[in-house]
Design a protein around this ligand. Sequence first.
Ligand code: B12
Length: 384
Amino acid sequence: MDILLVEPSYYTRYPPLGLMKLASYHRSYGDNVKLVRGINRELDYDPDHIKITSLFTYAWKPVHEAIEFYHKSFPDSEITIGGIYASMMPDRIKSYYPFVDVHVGLHEEAERYMPAYDILEDVDKWRDWDGSILFTSRGCIRNCPYCIVPKIEGKIRSVITDLTDFIYPGHKRVILWDNNFLASPYWKIILESLHETGLKIDFNQGLDVRLIDEEKANILADLKIPIIRMAYDHAGEKNAVYNAVTLLEDCGMRKRNMLFYTLFNFYDSNHSYFDTPETFLNIVKDTVEIGCVSYPMRYEPLDSLKKNRFISPYWTREQVEAIADARRVIGYGGAFPPYDGLIGKFKDAKSFDDAFKLRSIKLDRERDGQPAPSSESKSGICQS
Ligand code: B12
């Protein structure tokens, strides 16, 4: 069979891992595969089956464009769509395109294959890709209300225990997408084999501070991790954050290389979980005062169809946008690093509005010729 693998043209900095695994899976059955990104009008290929992936729910438009274009171009070919948007909203896709087969969840067989990195040669954007991406585990032990993972992947389980076949020859770095790496039953074996690779490691989804102990800190500190990402989602994690930072520092890691994702604008009406500008300021303050980097993470609802629309009832749009402005004006690389001026600014602030100096950030933007963010009173939940 001739299989056409389609990555819709949404914004992404990473190649389509799901399709690369599907490519290896199909090749193992003797099929031919070809990868395209977006709409390719010069395609010299006549596929029997078109397989389209999908990512963020709010990036659904390019996915629909791909379905329409390839269905029109190859009306006799079967079309299957999978990935995150497809797994989250299969009925929405079916309602637009009843002729499409929607695959929900993981493709368990494809999970076992080394992704076919060579198919990236077919696409200009990915030709120089130099990192091996892995999920060594799927699922999570937690059930955080702001995360889809427990719904689409379920409880934690290990999928790769031996890394040898999953690091592509010539690659310079390893990117782990495990949702909660340290909760994986094989964390120790994997860390030891990561050490043997000698490559740079990125725990891209952030490590769970509640699981860091002396043994783990010791092994982590031996790896080449330019930035160690962790999460500080709410004040209840304060002690665990302090504890993890101390353990990692004692093992020789630099605090400046410890980055914490700090969640804001989160609101869950079913469970009455929420943060406020003041609780957010506290976790940012804690993070920079201990000497680490704070990376604000704006909450995006699980069923979002348009990015950055949602405003929690406990925030105003102006406050949410002030963080985006502050990241550009007083932050660095979108984050708040622990430099003296910034620590002092947050420490002396009497409130969130004071810390983020809404007015002065607006003035800075106006001086730079950018429009000031619009001001809005409490807007409640806004989803469209
Ligand atoms: C890596 C990752 C990122 C990366 C970017 C990923 C990328 N490709 O560009 C980074 C770190 C930048 C990131 C950022 C964010 N992320 Co993120 N991220 C992920 C993660 C871990 C993996 C996503 C991915 O790329 N998967 C590649 C997939 C599709 O490959 P795969 O899973 O191996 O594919 C399997 C199946 O899906 C299936 N399959 C896939 N395609 C196909 C096709 C066919 C035909 C078939 C049959 C099967 C099939 O088979 C494969 C093998 O089993 C997921 C969580 C998760 N565990 O999935 C969250 C996730 C996608 N992220 C999420 C969120 C919220 C964000 C942020 C908005 C967070 C924030 N507030 O800032 C930002 C947005 C960034 C942006 N650019 O807009 C949410 C998405 C929610 C939503 N409504 O869509 C997720 C689901 C996590 C969560 N907490 O709920 N993220």
